[in-house]
Design a binder for this molecule. Structure first.
Ligand code: SF4
Length: 495
């Protein structure tokens, strides 16, 4: 009998054969999934469950929770077979095995001329990895002689805007991959045999680290395989990673070792990164920086938003993954005085926070003066969406956009570069370089992703006992972001 291999194990092997081997034999070397990864997986499950509602009368392949291992798989295979032989209009999580390859099909829909199979993804764009996933299912089903009419990936439609109840026909869209899946059958058969032999080998395959460690998936064995790679190796080179990997493969492991003639292959920011790593000097374009600073008009506002995004739109006038703002922090420099204002929605109310957010924002910002944000595209996009959704506030919101300036410009336009920035211009890299005494290390919430995650937990009432504590942590974090901007500007002015 062939060695059994699951669809996800097969896809792991496509990424890296060592990954497959470690999954089978040394699972304990994997790094456990982080909370935000688990939250993403949960979101995927919810999207999958919602997609099933498009097919009333469909039956889920669900077996007793007391069954485990081989017994469980056998029961799933048997139940799937009996549903195929029945006349149910659709089957969810149908389970099949062919030549040792074990797959589950998210949705199978019965048509008079054969089955349509759909792989549901909580994504808005089709990707190569979706096609590869679906092609394995088609390989198995065709191998078993199941009559297929269509194979497609069911994705979220990013043009959909919720209005009243979710319209499932409009929320989902299907990308047809039937022909492309059929074309992969021969290659899959060859790979399957190869992977089955690999699993039975005595030793782990010798595969070096590479770009495949993060693409198409972040590998769970990175900590293990990357142990011993210094933090300041050439792999920490900012920007396009292909450049860093090409040096690495040539044996150039540190930035200091890049030959002069190869520096031309680098982007301007990468060159600065390498140069500063070598000489440890601050780069300063005084003329450009002065022009930036002279162009600022007070009173200066320092503004930062926190948002969350849900794959399934929660509120009318929002679409899949639309960023919903729930919090802002605002510092206003008025002469010597620094004022602070903030807003944090009450997550437990279960209400759309955008109106209260907008009203608090418009009330807090003075009528004059520039509004500094860090990476303007994000805040500008949020305000544009608010203006579209809340027409009554469109005029004052659009006026805010015209007053916004970007504090990232001195760094992204290479007016200022400190070696400690490590080639990156995010506020989390710039702050420790310019204001080393100020950090995020003491904060319980120290990045935007965690802030969104914690707010979502509050919305789902998953942290009722420490709600007040989490709210305070969110307030502290967002305030730190705008205070960091104030301090960064002071340093730029002192330069
Ligand atoms: S970290 Fe890289 S080399 Fe190691 S198993 Fe994963 S993909 Fe393969």
């Amino acid at each position: 009998m062939s060695v059994r291999i699951s669809k996800s194990a097969f896809l792991s092997a496509r990424q890296c054969e060592k990954r497959l081997y470690l999954q089978k034999h040394q699972r304990e070397l994997a790094t456990p999934r982080a909370e935000d990864q688990l939250a993403m997986m949960q979101m995927g499950i919810e999207v999958g469950e919602l997609a099933r509602k498009r097919y009333p009368g469909g039956v889920l392949v669900e077996v007793s929770a007391e069954l485990h291992g081989e017994e469980r798989k056998a029961a799933q295979l048997a139940l799937t077979q009996s549903l195929i032989e029945s006349n149910v209009p659709a089957i969810f999580e149908a389970t099949f095995e062919y030549q040792g390859l074990f797959v589950r099909v998210d949705i199978m829909v019965r048509h008079p001329k054969g089955w349509a199979v759909y792989e549901v993804k909580a994504s808005t764009n089709p990707k190569k990895k979706h096609l590869d996933d679906l092609a394995l299912q088609v390989f198995v089903l065709k191998g078993l002689g199941v009559h297929l009419k269509r194979a497609g990936v069911m994705l979220l439609n990013n043009r959909y805007e919720k209005s009243g109840d979710i319209n499932l026909e409009e929320l989902f869209k299907v990308k047809d991959f039937t022909k492309k899946c059929l074309m992969q059958r021969e290659e899959i058969a060859w790979d399957l045999k190869h992977y089955q032999e690999l699993i039975e080998k005595e030793s782990v395959p010798e595969i070096s680290i590479g770009a495949h460690c993060t693409s198409p998936y972040e590998c769970e064995f990175r900590e293990h395989c990357w142990a011993g790679i210094p933090r300041d190796s050439i792999l920490s080179l900012s920007g396009n990673k292909a450049v860093a990997w090409s040096f690495w493969e040539k044996g150039i492991k540190r930035m200091e070792d890049i030959p002069e003639e190869d520096l031309e292959a680098l982007s301007p920011m990468q060159k600065l990164h390498v140069q500063a790593q070598k000489d440890q000097l601050v780069h300063l374009d005084r003329i450009a920086l002065s022009a930036f600073l002279d162009g600022l008009n007070g009173p200066l506002h320092f503004l930062d938003f926190e948002t969350f995004a849900s794959a399934i739109p929660m509120y009318d006038g929002s679409g899949p993954y639309e960023q919903i703002p729930f919090q802002f922090s605002l510092h206003i420099q008025q002469g010597e005085k620094l004022l602070h204002r903030s807003f944090l929605a009450d997550a437990t109310l279960g209400e759309d926070p955008r109106k209260a957010f907008t009203e608090a924002l418009l009330e807090s910002i003075s009528p004059e003066g520039d509004i500094l944000v860090y990476n303007i595209s994000f805040e500008r996009r949020i305000i544009q969406h608010l203006a579209h959704h809340l027409e009554e506030y469109a005029v004052p919101l659009n006026k805010l956009i015209h007053r916004m300036k970007d504090l990232i410009d001195p760094f992204s336009e290479r007016m200022v570069y400190f070696p400690e920035m490590k080639g990156k211009t995010s506020i989390k890299n710039v702050l420790p370089a310019l204001v080393p005494e100020m950090s995020y290390a003491h904060l319980d919430i120290a990045n935007g992703a965690t802030a969104s995650f914690e707010f979502a937990q509050l919305m789902q009432k998953k942290s009722p006992d420490n709600e007040a504590e989490i709210r305070q942590q969110l307030l502290n974090y967002c305030e730190q972001d705008t205070l960091a901007m104030v301090e960064i500007l002071h340093v730029l002015q002192s330069l």
